[in-house]
Design a protein around this ligand. Sequence first.
Ligand SMILES: [Zn+2]
Length: 308
Amino acid sequence: VRTLRLGLDLGGTDAKVAVLDGEAVLATASAPNGAAPGREEAALAALAELGLRTAAPFGRLASAGLALPGHFDAERGTGVLLPNLPGAWVDRPIAGPVAERLGLPVALVNDVRALTLAELRLGAGAGARDVVCVALGTGVGGGIAIGGALHLGTGHAGEIGHVTVDPEGPLCGCGNRGCLDRMASAAAIAADAGRATVADAAAAARAGDPAALAAFARAGERVGRVLAAAVVLLWPERVIVGGGVAAAGEVLLGPLRAELRRRACVAPVATLPVLPARLGAHAGAVGAALWGSEAASGTSDRGRGTDR
Ligand SMILES: [Zn+2]
């Protein structure tokens, strides 16, 4: 008998879905998210439909989870802080309208926490219980697993992107200055390298361009320094680096590892694996499916994740 789990990931650009049977990924799909001012309801409806269409060949769904690129109120199922999602999402019901279309309760989860859960169970973290994850992309997100479960603290634990790198740095959307999110984002690296996009910067770095190499080295160093603080605090078994920017590879990961090892002296960092994420673009949707299933079975605390 199959236990079909649906995962939905409403990203800043694309909507992605994954259908799991237990921990086996049966199908994935993606489409433009369709989100725009005045189109929020339509975007949620399209996401639910994409999920239903993808799951239809496999049978009846048992649970569902929905990953969002920011903060939400887990109890009310509403948006709180979703700056990267086009449209008006603050206080908007999100879980309810999707649940109504699916005919199932929908558990909300932050997209990078979802990625962390997916990597913990099925990816680079498989077999480990204590993991720190960072995702480098449009912004910088994070997630923590402790004792084999996603750790959310009193709400949104894992916000590694809002650790201060430079007290005098650029203003961040969170209100602080010089957050890692602003100092190692795709846009920050591209600007530092003097290129239009981070993909251009990565291509230039691979071709040996000194300015591009230096930009990735600086970003890697910043991420490594913040990860060193997390490692000193948490002593994880593995560190996982995901997100589109991480595709740049060793030009970023080399300086990141070097700085992490230089700074986290008190922890057993010489033997700490720093691994690229393994699950690719649908990791958020896969993690949302796992989260939805844990919420449905009561093994996670759904009441958490609420901003107070
Ligand atoms: Zn910030």
